[in-house]
Design a protein. Structure first.
Length: 264
């Protein structure tokens, strides 16, 4: 397969599928190909194996890639502000917070999405073996991994500027899982007040009631505007106060996720 100038990949690893988009052009990249690859299983190892076979068959290499992970392959926490810690102390705080929430986290690697000065931060964790196997897959084909993010983090970084005023929630629903963050602030000066990940139905009938319940658990007197990433739902499936952020009805869920990570 011949590669176009400045071509790069967006990849999403999901239970049962891998989404791939090829983008080319500079400074404004355009999608030149997209596809969903079936995976014979739901683990991240099976997803990486399917991606590896596809890269081999397609003869793709010597380019950059942005990778999005299904939230099913990650864990999340929000961290209170503590600007007095050095890097080592901050890392120890992150690991302690995840142990508090999830128990033994040996074999996991942690990342922090820095919040605003003086405000809580979003942290995520993925298994170190996942990172190592993906790195090995890419090194064999001289692919440079430009970014590796859970979908919740990628979606927040992609769409955070669309959230404008008042208390709000940001929710990502995919692969039978929902990750929801509660936000406070005015204008665009946001900070996290809570974060929760759960398994559950993500269809248009179930999602509004689930988010209304979660808003009460997060301490809101009534459901605030909820900004939702839910690839696969119809364009008019959700109504106020739920707002879909991405107009991706013509895309399968894994392809929409891959595109989200690539269009930073």
């Amino acid at each position: 397969m011949s590669l176009l100038p400045t071509e790069r990949l967006g990849i999403a690893l999901c239970p049962g599928q891998v989404g791939v988009v090829r983008l080319a052009g500079w400074p404004r990249a355009r999608v030149v190909d997209r596809q969903a690859i079936s995976v014979a299983g739901t683990t991240w190892r099976e997803a990486i194996e399917a991606l590896d076979r596809w890269l081999e068959t397609a003869g793709i290499g010597k380019l950059t890639a942005d990778v999005v992970l299904s939230n099913r392959y990650a864990r999340f926490a929000w961290l209170p502000w503590n600007g007095d810690l050095d890097t080592g102390e901050q890392q120890a705080l992150v690991e302690a917070r995840f142990r508090e929430l999830y128990g033994d986290m040996r074999g996991w690697t942690f990342g922090i999405d820095p919040g605003r000065y003086g405000q809580p931060s979003l942290a995520s964790a993925v298994e170190r073996a996942l990172v190592d196997e993906l790195k090995s897959c890419f090194e064999r084909r001289r692919i440079a991994c430009r970014s590796l993010q859970p979908y919740f983090v990628a979606g927040w970084n992609r769409w955070r500027r669309q959230i404008e005023s008042g208390p709000a929630m940001f929710a990502v629903a995919e692969s039978g899982s929902i990750v929801l963050g509660a936000l406070e602030g005015q204008g665009k000066q946001w900070y996290w007040r809570g974060l929760r990940a759960m398994l559950g139905q993500t269809d248009a009938e179930t999602l509004p009631a689930l988010l209304a319940r979660e808003s009460l658990l997060q301490g809101f007197a009534e459901t605030p505007p909820c900004h939702v990433l839910a690839p696969g739902l119809g364009r008019h499936a959700l109504s106020s106060p739920l707002r879909r952020l991405a107009d991706d009805d013509d895309l399968s869920a894994p392809v929409a996720m891959a595109l989200c990570g690539a269009q930073r």
